[in-house]
Design a protein around this ligand. Structure first.
Ligand code: PMP
Length: 302
């Protein structure tokens, strides 16, 4: 991630990036007790739009609810969130497409590991929208690190501490010469990448692990499922074996920072040497929806 733009939102105001501090004694730092999201902002001249901003806010509320960070829903509503994002982006006036990372930090310093009733601070910062995986055909490695199950640290909650799991798996993949990992659960079923959801195509059917497969309920994943259904593509959300990936006709990934990008290889098995027809058409539809969707109400002017 590149350095943030100069103005950062923290608490209830904009501050210079160098002054945007969270205490070393906060539970956010001590236990990874923060919840976050990253949403894209598209810039076209003076116009700026965010993709599915209400859904990003809702997912943060839900993540806080799972973890027990009760102050967020008490102190923040969508309108406050949208206004903060708007002020932040206006103050930084980006001339390029950017990502905004919004975080709810548990800032209270408390003895022991508790969360309910603790003070929070919200931060938001802007950085260049650089994809985190290759966009022209990536190579994936199934990870020796298992995905954290719902009854340990739920993947459904986008909580910072859980990303240690992603770091272990992504670093292992990079060290082995791959672009990213495929997380498997304890039974060997496919979950997702370190920070993206996974789709495969077999015989014209689009398949993706369902939301009970220890995945993040990705906002781009949902969008692809909607677009595919509209295009009449049969869709299955279900458990997926690793070996199904090996014999898929097409594999691609989705995510705010991953885009909608094809996979060419998994564990040394070649899937393709070019994006397949369903990947290509959904990728095109997704790219258009991000910026100009007028059908689903997915675009929010900022
Ligand atoms: N899974 C994980 C673990 C992620 O971190 C992300 C990125 N937020 C995704 C999936 C994709 O989610 P989204 O489409 O909402 O960016």
């Amino acid at each position: 991630m590149a350095d943030p733009y100069p103005q950062v939102y923290l608490g209830d105001r904009l501050v210079p990036a160098a002054a945007a501090h969270v205490s070393v004694a906060s539970s956010a730092v001590l236990y990874g007790l923060s919840v976050y999201t990253v949403f894209p902002v598209f810039v076209a001249g003076a116009e700026r739009t965010a993709f599915r901003l209400p859904d990003h806010f809702r997912r943060m509320v839900e993540s806080c609810r799972i973890i027990g960070i009760d102050r967020f829903a008490q102190e923040w509503d969508y309108e406050r969130f949208r206004t903060a994002a708007m002020e932040l982006v206006a103050a930084n006036a980006p001339a390029e497409d950017v990502f905004v990372r919004a975080t709810v930090h548990v800032v209270q310093s408390i003895p022991g590991t508790r969360v309910r009733g603790c003070d929070i601070q919200v931060s938001m910062f802007v950085y260049p929208a650089t994809p985190i995986v290759p966009q022209d055909g990536m190579r994936l490695k199934s990870s020796p690190w298992r995905r954290i199950p719902d009854n340990a640290i739920p993947s459904r909650a986008k909580v910072n501490g859980a990303y240690v799991n992603s770091v272990l798996a992504k670093q292992d993949a990079i060290d082995s010469g791959y672009d990213d990992c495929v997380f498997l659960d304890g039974n060997g079923h496919v979950c997702e990448l370190s920070a993206a959801n996974l789709f495969l195509v077999r015989g014209g059917t689009l398949i993706t692990p369902d939301v009970s497969c220890d995945i993040l309920d990705g906002i781009n994943r949902r969008s692809i499922l909607t677009l595919a259904a509209e295009d009449g593509i049969p869709v299955q959300e279900r458990t997926v074996d690793l070996t199904e990936l090996y014999i898929a006709d097409e594999v691609f990934v989705t995510g705010t920072s991953a885009g909608c990008a094809p996979v060419f290889e998994v564990d040394g098995r070649v899937i393709a040497d070019a994006a397949g027809p369903i990947t290509q058409s959904l990728r095109k539809r997704h790219a258009a929806a991000l910026r100009t969707d007028q059908v689903h109400g997915w675009v929010t002017p900022l």
